[in-house]
Design a protein. Structure first.
Lengths: 93, 392
């Protein structure tokens, strides 16, 4: 796809639609990746509450994975996972 | 429709135009000598003569910020300021233009500090000349009134904000007889607000004012540049339409005895009025003197100005501000540049005058024309940049 030239852009530099942050894949900014241990997870969803990027996926009330297209590897999920679980570890990308 | 003549100062004329335009929002902060515009308008709001939401903000920076939010949300937005107030708005002015918002602002030209001075010169609006705003200079109260009405249409056609200037105290506070239009005539001329986009349209969510990285900023600016370049024709068309409807025609500049002029001045604002008296005197004495009264300073009309001046022998560019560049005033530099590619070129000299409201009177202007005659006679320029009226 040709990169837009100046004539192709929306007037005033506006972004003419909502929800476009999803298209910006910040996952490649990572230098560490969260790894989930299914055996330790208690599905408290505290990681989901704290994730600043909404990169913790939940299905039917249970942890279902990380959105690696958007996870920036900040490690907050691993930090906040409660001591009796410690189901998330950060590993080098 | 019978014409209605009233006595109005420049500020009153602007406020009256605003009343008839009846904008959706005004966000403003007072500063001499523009205060009266919003003060009078605030009375209109209080008396229920307009439907405007008047936002009395805490500074001019906030005023322009609020105007930007308003214009981006489907509201026709107008404000007014001067000098330090305009300067405080600068960062937001660039933003208003970059976001292509059709905000209209009256600037009552007052000089910039330091020293503090409340009187007229053009340094305030000159400081904003790269901001992307269209700039229209008024010679008197009538023009201030007419320009304000046209500004609304110009802004909403091109989607660039428009600055209408009037000289501080000289126009803003001086009473003149002007013809004002009927409320319905103004209402019909400005029409409904043509919003470029609308933040409040929840069915079509948008983001306004997002960041660009190095890969897109240039393209967005190039588009804004294009808008400014293409602004010339709509400004002329709207000026002609105004004339067709109301009898007073406006264009990019007003040539005054310029056609066959051998010596001429280029000037903006109220000084043009004074100059007309001197030019008529000179013409009566057989001197081929003329003037290019520049109305539209932004966009700067290189071809038209160059063409109008090319056959004049000696031109004095009158600047009511100094560029602090060591090379005189900003208009001087731009006029010289406009003439650069013309095969026939006048000699061009600069007169930086009237700073801080220093009077520019008939005698000083007569002196300027005498200088031009001398240059024409001798072919020699003694001083490129002159400061008439300053005490040595």
């Amino acid at each position: 796809m040709k990169t837009p030239g100046w004539k192709d852009l929306a007037q005033g530099g506006i972004i003419p639609e909502g929800g476009t942050a999803k298209k910006f894949e910040t996952g490649d900014w990572r230098s560490r990746r969260p790894v989930w241990d299914a055996n330790k997870c208690i599905h408290c969803l505290i990681c989901w509450v704290y994730c600043p990027d909404g990169a913790v996926m939940v299905k039917e009330g249970k942890f279902s994975g990380f959105d690696l297209q958007h996870c920036k590897g900040c490690g907050i999920c691993a930090r906040e996972c409660p001591p009796r679980a410690k189901a998330i570890t950060m590993v080098a990308e | 429709m019978p014409k209605k003549f009233v006595a109005k100062t420049g500020n009153e004329a602007i406020a009256e135009a605003m009343r008839q335009i009846n904008p959706d929002v005004c966000a403003a902060y007072p500063i001499t000598p523009a205060t009266e515009i919003m003060q009078i308008f605030a009375n209109f709001v209080a008396d229920g003569l307009v439907n405007t939401e008047l936002v009395t903000v805490e500074s001019e920076h906030s005023a322009m910020s609020a105007c930007i939010g308003s214009a981006a949300s489907g509201a026709r937005t107008i404000t007014a300021t001067s000098s330090q107030g305009l300067a405080l708005m600068y960062e937001m002015m660039y933003i208003a233009a970059g976001l292509r918002l059709p905000i209209v602002m009256a600037d009552v030209n007052r000089t910039l500090s330091a020293p503090i001075n409340i009187h007229c010169d053009h340094s305030d609006t000159m400081g904003a000349r790269d901001s992307g705003w269209i700039q229209i200079f008024s010679e008197n109260s009538q023009e201030a009134y007419d320009n304000m009405i046209q500004a609304v249409r110009i802004a909403e056609r091109i989607y660039l904000p428009v600055l209408v200037t009037l000289d501080g105290f000289i126009i803003s506070h001086a009473m003149e007889g002007i013809e004002i239009l009927d409320d319905s005539e103004v209402k019909n001329f400005v029409g409904e607000y043509r919003s470029p986009y609308n933040l409040l349209d929840v069915d079509h969510p948008i983001t306004v004012g997002a960041i660009d990285f190095t890969d897109y900023y240039f393209e967005h600016k190039r588009a804004e540049i294009e808008a400014m370049e293409k602004a010339k024709l709509p400004i002329m068309e709207i000026g002609k339409e105004f004339g067709d409807q109301f009898g007073r025609y406006y264009s990019l500049f007003e040539p005054y005895y310029l056609d066959d002029a051998e010596i001429a001045i280029v000037v903006m604002g109220s000084t043009a009025g004074t100059a007309k008296v001197v030019i008529r005197e000179l013409r009566a004495a057989g001197v081929k003197a003329g003037m290019l009264k520049l109305r539209v300073f932004r966009p700067f009309l290189v071809e038209e100005i160059g063409a109008a001046l090319a056959s004049v022998k000696v031109v004095a560019v009158m600047d009511r501000s100094d560029g602090m560049s060591g090379m005189g005033g900003p208009l001087f530099v731009e006029i010289r540049s406009a003439l650069y590619d013309f095969s026939s070129q006048p000699r061009v000299v600069n007169y930086v005058y009237g700073l801080g409201g220093r009077d520019i009177n008939l005698n000083l202007l007569r002196g300027v024309f005498q200088d031009l005659l001398e240059i024409m006679r001798t072919g020699k320029i003694t001083r490129m940049v002159n400061y008439p009226g300053v005490r040595e």
